[in-house]
Design a protein around this ligand. Structure first.
Ligand SMILES: [Zn+2]
Length: 288
């Protein structure tokens, strides 16, 4: 059964490790992430962007697939199904469809409107036993066609949003989505430290986990990051393994064109990437 992300993140923050959010795109992605989590006894968050939700034909399909797969695979570790960068309308649709967690990305609204909408969604999610993530300071990179650079959030705004009763908070600390440019300045630990000073035990969320050096990830965890989002890296692993299979001509050998064979190396590659991240984040064995 799906659970809210609150308990697993509070435990992670207290235990100085982070839980990975791995975005899913289809059945293979979901299977790879769930199998990795179960095998390594790690709590996990399945992230679904609005675009991926649409691709999978809608949120109800996602909920049905994830719930069914968890039962069929006998998953025992805590799993949260979380809307990533949700709009106000998207959050409401996911609450209705049976997600266990949502992120309301109100970072593009003026702070007053972000506060008003977040307050309303906090009340609804609390009543349903779901968790909610809020974002302060926009996180750069390309997300659904919007390109930005790594901004730093205002710690006072973070405190104001945290006080609304959200369960986790994403603050921009120079991180960006997608691949990092060669001239990237790195994470702003001063900002992260200032945010944690003001928000206390609130689990902080690091978006754009792909390509941040391991030592920066580890330092961010010591400064209160308890959830790290990984998306692009699994996509790159999948594409790389699939390309190798095709380039080696394996789809032309015997029944190598069978999708169950064609997609197998990519699926295994996602699983390997997820396990590698769980090791780095320190979440392995935390669901035992
Ligand atoms: Zn993000």
């Amino acid at each position: 059964m799906l659970v809210s992300a609150k308990e697993m993140l509070d435990k992670a923050k207290a235990g100085h490790y982070a839980v990975g959010q791995f975005n899913i795109n289809n059945l293979e992605w979901t299977k790879a992430v769930l199998q990795a989590a179960e095998e390594k006894k790690s709590p996990v968050i399945l992230g679904v962007s609005e675009g991926a939700g649409k691709y999978m034909t809608g949120y109800k399909t996602v909920v049905g697939m994830v719930n069914g797969m968890m039962e069929e695979l006998g998953i025992t570790v805590p799993v949260a199904l979380h809307l990533d960068h949700g709009s106000y309308e998207g959050c409401k649709a996911c609450i209705e469809a049976g997600f266990s967690s949502v992120m309301f990305d109100g970072s593009h609204y003026p702070i007053e409107e972000n506060v008003a909408k977040t307050t309303e969604l906090v009340a609804i999610t609390k009543e349903k036993g779901m968790s909610i993530e809020a974002e302060v300071g926009s996180i750069g990179g390309e997300e659904d066609g919007v390109v930005g650079k790594g901004e730093c959030a205002d710690p006072k705004e973070c405190k104001a949003i945290a006080d609304l009763g959200v369960d986790m908070l994403a603050a921009g600390i120079g991180n960006i989505h997608g691949k990092y440019p060669a001239n990237w300045e790195g994470l702003s630990f001063e900002t992260l430290d200032a945010v944690q000073q003001l928000t206390g035990t609130m689990p902080l969320v690091l978006h754009g986990g792909t390509g941040i050096p391991a030592d920066m990830i580890k330092k961010a965890i010591t400064l209160g990051v308890a959830k790290i989002n990984v998306n692009t890296e699994c996509q790159l692993s999948f594409a790389d393994a699939t390309r190798k299979y095709i380039e080696a001509g394996k789809d032309l050998e015997g029944k190598g064109f069978d999708p169950r064979k064609l997609l197998a190396p990519g699926t295994e590659a996602i699983k390997a990437t997820v396990i590698e991240k769980m090791e780095l984040f320190g979440s392995i064995g935390k669901a035992e």
